[in-house]
Design a binder for this molecule. Structure first.
Ligand SMILES: Cc1ncc(COP(=O)(O)O)c(C=O)c1O
Length: 448
């Protein structure tokens, strides 16, 4: 059941916005024309001036159960009062163990251990470090090379930035990690445009891994990390058969396969994890965002038995993996996550997303004849709508769309360059999908 509590009251807005250097934000443009939020409930945000904005972005791919869920808020409040903080090194809280078991139960069989951290970036770096350390436990310390993919996003740590494939995120930060290589991305507009779900064309892009193996030698490669659906660069679903092929090739060469499911985890593609949708078992799987419905920072890495068990050697008083964070499995995040998983289960939200997928896809594809639309991709409850760039101003039409949506159409969406991304909470109704699409059409016309 959705909560029926009243809408939140307005908050004070400071006169001076200068001190806060905002992340991944065009700061000067924002501060001239701020997009300030004061509250949220179910499918909507409320602006500081009291407008109700429909959320077509689940915040930032986080709030799969919608906003302001009282069950989660109460769990957080209770936990803060009962045990605000506990050191996660050498001490534990029962909730962390319960949560790890519940996450492992949701995951494909074989991914049975969870290492907690606080974000998707930390999850990516944690998984990469576990991969390197694992090969050392196997006497294969030459396996140090990490392979990501063009147009991949794995957060902003040095590891995640290095395996990531977004030039603007990389080019300002020096040489990054040594010994990293990249697979090609899987998008070919000529062959894939306006596909619903996984494109037929493109499984062969996985074969590029064989080329990298031939170039570097399998004995130097530790792991490959990919998103089952690349979200941040505009919603690029994996081509049919691609992930299976990647699994076969990694397995053949003793290379670990890591799925970054920070976006695709917890129902976005109609399953608990995309690994289940695609019937492919990775060696590790990273998650964040939806695990707490966005209500508290948390991330983690699901790890296969064989990898975890390889560390459980040596003297028992010794730390097996010298890695972790002050806030790993923070009590408040654990409480938020447990309450969130209850909601996902009780409201069958993953199944709901699965059932809505065809209707959502049809609705989004109805935008194909709007001005400047050059491609639309959909998978699960996610869509990327590519708009042609304004001449000599890549990203400007998308940025104008973000503003038009927020200021003139009471709509929150995400933009990646000139791609509009729709990723509504999984509680979205069919009527609300219609409302979102009608608003997106207005936005596209406004920026024509
Ligand atoms: C696939 C993927 N990995 C990692 C991250 C980084 O997560 P965070 O911003 O929580 O560090 C993101 C964030 O959008 C993501 O989409």
């Amino acid at each position: 059941m959705l909560d029926k509590s009243p809408k939140p009251t307005a908050v004070n807005v400071p006169n001076d916005l200068a001190a806060h250097w905002m992340p991944f934000t065009a700061n000067r443009a924002f501060k001239k024309n701020p997009r300030l939020l004061a509250g949220a409930k179910d499918m909507h945000y409320f602006t500081v001036d009291g407008r109700k904005i429909i959320d077509a972005a689940a915040g930032m791919w986080c709030c799969n159960a919608g906003h302001g869920r009282s069950q989660i808020a109460e769990a957080i409040g209770k936990q803060a009062a009962a045990l605000d903080y506990a050191p996660p090194f050498q001490f534990g809280i029962p909730q962390a163990f319960e949560l790890a078991s519940r996450i492992a139960d949701l995951a494909p069989k074989g991914l049975d251990h969870v290492f907690f951290c606080n974000s998707g970036s930390e999850a990516a770096d944690t998984a990469l470090k576990i991969a390197l350390a694992y090969h050392q436990t196997q006497g294969q310390g030459t396996r140090t090379r990490l392979i990501g993919r063009e147009r991949g996003y794995h957060g902003v740590g040095f590891g995640g930035t290095s395996v990531g494939g977004i030039v603007n995120n990389r080019k300002m930060f020096g040489t990054l990690l040594a010994g990293v290589d990249h697979l090609p991305h899987t998008y070919d507009r000529d062959k894939q445009a306006f596909t619903k779900g996984e494109p037929e064309y493109g499984a062969h892009f996985a074969d590029e891994l064989e080329r990298l193996v031939n170039l570097h030698g399998a004995s130097t490669i530790a792991a490959v990390i990919v998103e089952p659906m690349a979200g941040s660069t505009g919603v690029l679903p994996a081509p049919k058969g691609y992930l299976k092929r990647l699994r076969e090739i990694t397995q053949k060469h003793g290379i670990l396969l890591i799925f970054d499911e920070v976006i695709t985890g917890y129902g976005r593609l109609g399953f608990a994890f995309a690994a289940e949708r695609y019937g492919v078992l990775p060696d590790m799987l990273t998650f964040a965002k939806g695990i707490t419905n966005g209500a508290a920072p948390m991330g983690g890495v699901l790890v296969r038995d064989t990898i975890h068990d390889a560390f459980m050697n040596g003297p028992e008083h010794m730390v097996e993996l010298t890695h972790g964070y002050t806030y790993s499995a923070h009590p408040i995040a654990c409480a938020a996550a447990l309450a969130t998983l209850d909601i996902y289960r009780d409201e069958k939200l993953f199944e709901r997303a699965n059932k809505l997928e065809p209707k959502f896809a049809d609705a989004v594809m109805s935008l194909r004849n709007e001005p400047n639309v050059v491609d639309i991709r959909t998978v699960g409850l996610t869509a990327g709508i590519d708009l042609a760039s304004r001449p000599d101003m890549p990203g400007k039409r998308g940025f104008d769309g973000l503003n038009s949506a927020f200021h003139d159409n009471d709509l929150m969406l995400r933009v990646a360059g000139d791609t509009l991304a729709l990723t509504p909470p999984l509680i979205v109704s069919e009527d609300q999908i219609g409302e979102i699409i009608a608003k997106v059409a207005k936005v596209i016309r406004a920026v024509a």
